[in-house]
Write a protein that binds this ligand. Structure first.
Ligand SMILES: *Cc1c(COP(=O)(O)O)cnc(C)c1O
Length: 389
């Protein structure tokens, strides 16, 4: 399906709403019925009709159709945020006594799910270094029913060989879920590589303006129905119509924004990499990246996010660097219009800083929609003020 068709037309039915170009926000909790038998049918299968907006909603459905098509999936569900999408996708596919193999250092709240919540229900997790696919296979036991992947990771961009892990999982009846937030389905298509559940946060690139949260889970009709009928309706974390509308709006410009961010990222990466105060950068599409070949093989582009290590002797130098920035802001998240910096040492006190620990010297930069020269000038003056050289 043509991406322009998906983003501009698919799922929309303008004749039903006054030929308005922008779709309506159907801000309603419930839907009326004329016939008792229609009500009966709705009770029997809530995924077949509009009954109550904790289930289906027409504005959300426009978004669903577009996001499923982008993922190349039969269907998808859209949640109020990415963490909820992961929670539902995992919960729907494990039971007491099951074992999960997960990539090490997954997204914070996934780690919390595996370490704190699931053990209460007798579901255990083994973390593996996913850069070698055989670590997944070797950690697999007779009770392993679920593989969790995140490729690339959003700090150090460690990747998994998605096709290899998906193929092995299929042979062993193991369900796979991947966090595809870094790439979005524009730059990596996990469903085509054999993954069962492709997740992405819509808070980042899909929304694109740092004004709403959202999360996506894509897969087969059968898988989506299974999740809809229990976890989706039960947890009640489906996206609200207004937020869905903001995400539809974000989708219109997604390819244009990503293209722009890609171009700017090349320039900013080149500047940072060449700066004498920088020891090393981590960026999947840089030739120095340890998994560069795999990145080129399974990703189309590497937009926006990269990390770098500075030659800092003290935490204060990094603090001065961060606080000297005039335009690049310090905040969590990424994918919006604004460039953002996040230093790893924000989790440390001054005396805990160890100049011999590269992790303490690491910063992550997200490149937004500003001009490259504007960002480079800002970084340059912050380097000068910090004394990093
Ligand atoms: C932000 C993020 C999430 C969670 O998404 P929310 O919409 O914030 O809940 C999951 N995975 C990655 C890699 C993220 O960056």
């Amino acid at each position: 399906m043509d991406i322009s068709y998906i983003l501009n037309e698919l799922g929309e039915d303008r004749e039903h709403y006054f030929n308005a170009i922008a779709p309506p926000i159907i801000q309603t909790s419930n839907f009326r019925f004329n016939k008792v038998d229609e009500l009966r049918a709705a009770f029997a299968d809530e995924m077949s009709t509009y009954l109550y907006s904790r289930g289906l909603n027409p504005t959300v459905d426009i978004l669903r159709k577009k996001l499923a098509a982008l993922d190349g999936a039969e269907d998808c569900l859209v949640f109020n945020n990415g963490a909820a999408a992961i929670f539902a996708g995992v919960l729907a596919n494990v039971k007491a006594g099951d074992h999960i193999v997960s990539v090490s250092k997954p997204y914070t709240w996934v780690q919390r799910l595996f370490d704190v919540i699931l053990p209460r229900f007798a579901v255990t997790t083994t973390y593996v270094d996913g850069r070698d696919a055989t670590n997944y296979f070797n950690a697999t036991r007779p009770d392993t029913t679920f593989y969790y992947l995140e490729s690339p990771n959003s700090w150090d961009f460690a990747m998994q060989d998605i096709s290899a892990i998906a193929a092995y999982a299929k042979q062993h009846n193991i369900i796979t879920l991947i966090d595809n937030s870094y790439c979005t389905p524009l730059y990596q298509k996990p469903i085509e590589m054999g993954i069962d559940l492709a997740m992405q946060t819509a808070t980042k690139y899909i929304g694109g303006h740092s004004d709403t949260l959202g999360g996506v889970l894509s897969g087969t009709h059968a898988m989506m129905k299974k999740i809809f009928d229990s976890e989706y309706l039960n947890i009640g974390s489906g996206i609200q119509p207004f937020n869905a509308w903001l995400l539809i709006r974000g989708l219109r410009t997604l390819p244009a924004r990503l293209e722009r961010i890609n171009r700017t990222t090349q320039d900013v990466v080149a500047f940072v990499k060449a700066h004498p105060a920088v020891k090393r950068i981590l960026y999947p599409f840089d030739e120095s990246f340890p998994q560069y070949q795999l990145a080129k093989q399974q990703m189309k582009e590497a937009p926006g996010l990269f990390s770098f290590y500075v030659k800092a002797e003290s935490r204060q130098q990094i603090v001065t660097f961060c606080e000297s920035l005039q335009h690049i802001q310090m905040a969590v998240s990424w994918g919006g219009h604004e460039s953002l910096l996040l230093p790893k040492c924000a989790g440390l006190q001054d005396h805990e800083f160890d100049a011999a620990n590269p992790d303490h010297q690491m910063m992550r930069l997200y490149v937004g929609l500003e001009e490259a020269a504007y960002l480079i000038t800002d970084l340059n003056q912050a380097f000068e003020r910090s004394g990093l050289k």
